[in-house]
Design a protein around this ligand. Sequence first.
Ligand SMILES: NC(=O)c1ccc[n+]([C@@H]2O[C@H](COP(=O)([O-])OP(=O)(O)OC[C@H]3O[C@@H](n4cnc5c(N)ncnc54)[C@H](OP(=O)(O)O)[C@@H]3O)[C@@H](O)[C@H]2O)c1
Length: 365
Amino acid sequence: MEALVANRGVLLRALNVASGKTIGQGCQVKRIPVPTISDQEILIKVHTVALNPIDFKSVDLIASRGSVIGCDYAGEVVDVGKHALGMWKVGDRVAGFVHGGNYSNRGSFSEYLKVDGDLAWRVPDELRDEEASTYGVPAATAMLALNVRLGVPWVDATSVGGEMQLQSPENRGTILIYAGSTSVGLFAIQLAKRAGYTVVTTASPHSFDLVKKYGADSAFDYRSTTAVRDIVKEHPSITQALDCISEGRSTEFCAQVIKKSGGKIVTLLDQGKSKVRGVQYDFLVVFTAFGHKFAFLPPIGPSFPASPSDREALARFYANLPQFVKDVKPLPLRVLGSGFDKIILGLNELRQGKVSGQNLAVNFE
Ligand SMILES: NC(=O)c1ccc[n+]([C@@H]2O[C@H](COP(=O)([O-])OP(=O)(O)OC[C@H]3O[C@@H](n4cnc5c(N)ncnc54)[C@H](OP(=O)(O)O)[C@@H]3O)[C@@H](O)[C@H]2O)c1
């Protein structure tokens, strides 16, 4: 099969880290074997992939030479391991994400991929493949941040008299989602909203309509010098925040909003550290949801232990997702077309920071 494979050695990637620039394309289309599945895995023919900032960061900084790039996908089950969870059948529609840029035989920018049967979700008829592909890294990150790290209650469907029904949310107070127009932010707004929170978010004014359409109760311009003060004035007792940017002064912004009552901020990058008394910081990386340990740029970069509880959370989220896609909508989409060339074009757009308020998707013919 064909796949987009990383081709930089560790020295070149370390140079990229040190210089903040990228040298060369960093990946190429190669023919590699179709993955062989274990008894727990399913094999998927990929129809559509969605692109994330982690994909170009992987190419530029993290992925070792020979690893397959790409995380998010939607496609069709073509083989099922004999003990695979999820009751999959050949031909079922499926979506999810994998830990792209970490393995020579697993990544979504390829014609086929493999994944544990309980770590993918069944796509309902009402969603197109492009839409389904957006519930990968951003949705799982929002879920881990809210339901696992910030203790936002799950809202699962339960069987009432043989019919699946959603629990009604209680009023849970107010949460800050910094950078609500990011892909992670749009899912976080929706998950917090359906758990019963009032959602305060930040975005550029051109994204205010978008974040409100996804459920935010109020939006503030993060570039305004009075934004922190304005939020605290209207919402003086926020104790939970998700920083969907975690660069520059974003974490400090969140800390200033919650410092009066104290509380917790989940961050998505290990940068922009802020130290405010009474504020707890928790940096998460979504790939802990696969239940394996891993490292970025070993031996110099950080390593992450296996987290069985994060894996359990992803399995729970994906098992329930088909029942609530009506209240947790897919991201706004721009489909770039078909083929690996379009993926490379899309990665360049993301690298240049040209993508705002939408997810890029590419089809495989
Ligand atoms: N740790 C993890 O596991 C994990 C998982 C997913 C993502 N991430 C990281 O989280 C970040 C967001 O990812 P994403 O896919 O959600 O992003 P995205 O959808 O590509 O984000 C684009 C949006 O970011 C906003 N933005 C850009 N710079 C900003 C700034 N300095 N302050 C506030 N908002 C800013 C812009 O909003 P406006 O147009 O409204 O200004 C733009 O719409 C990336 O750095 C990504 O690598 C980490």
